[in-house]
Design a protein. Sequence first.
Length: 368
Amino acid sequence: MFVPCIPTVPRTTIINKTIVYCDTVLSLKDVGSNIKIASISGISENELEKCLKIVFEANPDVVFNTIQYSRSDKKVYFYTDKVINTKAYEESKYTKYKPITTKAEILEEIKNVLVAPENISNECVSLYDVCMLNRKLDNDYDNIEKKYSPILKSNLSSRLGSSSSLCIHKFDYDNNLLHISFKRWNGNDYDDIYLTKTDGDLHVVKSESCWTDEVFEAISSPLSKMYDEYILYKEFRDWNKSKNGVKPVNCNFFSDINCYGVSVYVPSPSNRYQTEFKLSAPSYDSKFTTDCNSSTVMEAVKGNEMEIFKSIFVKISDCPIWMQGILYAERKKQVEELEKTEKIRKQKEEKKQKRLEYIRKIFPFIKK
C-alpha cells in the first residue's frame, strides 16, 4: 500500500517524522506545549507529499511538531510552534495569468494545455465535463417538446378533429409563460395562446383564438405537466446566470459558460467584443468550432478539440451557481476513481521493485 512520507526541506525542523493518520484533531496535551494548529482541506493522499513540501518551503524556521492526515476528510493538519502560511499551497494549484498577445503564444498555450499533468483536485472540473453537462441538459430540454407534442396533438384531434393543428414555442422564462399556437382548420392562420401557473394552477393569460376554451379543456392536463418540466430548466436557460471571463486554473485562456455552450478564447487587445482565438463547444451540437485568423493555429487545434477541453480546468466555484452541486458530486466520483487507479498503479510498481530486489539478491550479477 502506498504511504506518503514527510519530505526533507532545508531550514525546516520536523519533530515527529511519521505522519499520524487520524480523523479527529489530536489532543494538544499529547502533542506539546504552545502548539498552533493549521489545516488544508481537499488533499488526496497522492497529493499529500507535494502539499507538505510546498508548506514547509513557505514556512522556513518553523518547527513542525506533528503532521496529521485524515483519509475520510482528505484533510492535513499541521501542529507547529508558530502560525503558518498555507496560502502557498492554494496558489501553487493555479496558473498565474499571463496575457497572450501573439499567435505564437496561442500555439504555445495549446501545446502546454495538451501536455499538462492530470488535475486531481476536488475543487476543479474540466471544461469538457461542463460542456457535457450543458449538452445533456440542452438535449433533455429539447426532448420535452418531443415528449408532449404527440400527446397534445392526439388530445386535440380527439376533441376538435384531425384538421386542428398545434405548435409549441420556446418557453418564456423571463415571464414564466408557456407559448403555444393553435389553428382549427388547415386554411386558417395560427393563433397564439399564452399560459402560466399561479399557486400551481395552470391558466390562460391571453389568447388570440376563439377556440381557447375548447383547446384548454382538451389539453390542459398534459400542458400542466409540460409546464412543470420546462420550469425545471429555468436557471439553465437564464442568460443572466452565465459566467463569462472565467480564468482556468492551468492555462492563460479565458472561458465563457452559458446555456448555449462553453468556449475558451484569447480576447482581442484592441476590441473587447472580438477574440484573437476562440474554441467553442455548443450545447446544441456535438461538434466544436474554432475561430482564428491563423491557419497554423487552426491546424494545431483540428482533431484536438476534445482533448483541449478535457485538459483545461476551472474552479467549480467559478461556474454558474445552478450547476455547482452537480459538478461537485460528479467530480468527487472522478477523483475517487483516479485515486483508486493511482493506488493500484503504485502497488504494482512496488511489487515490481520488490521482485527485482529479490532477483538481484539471488543473481547479484544482474545490472540495475
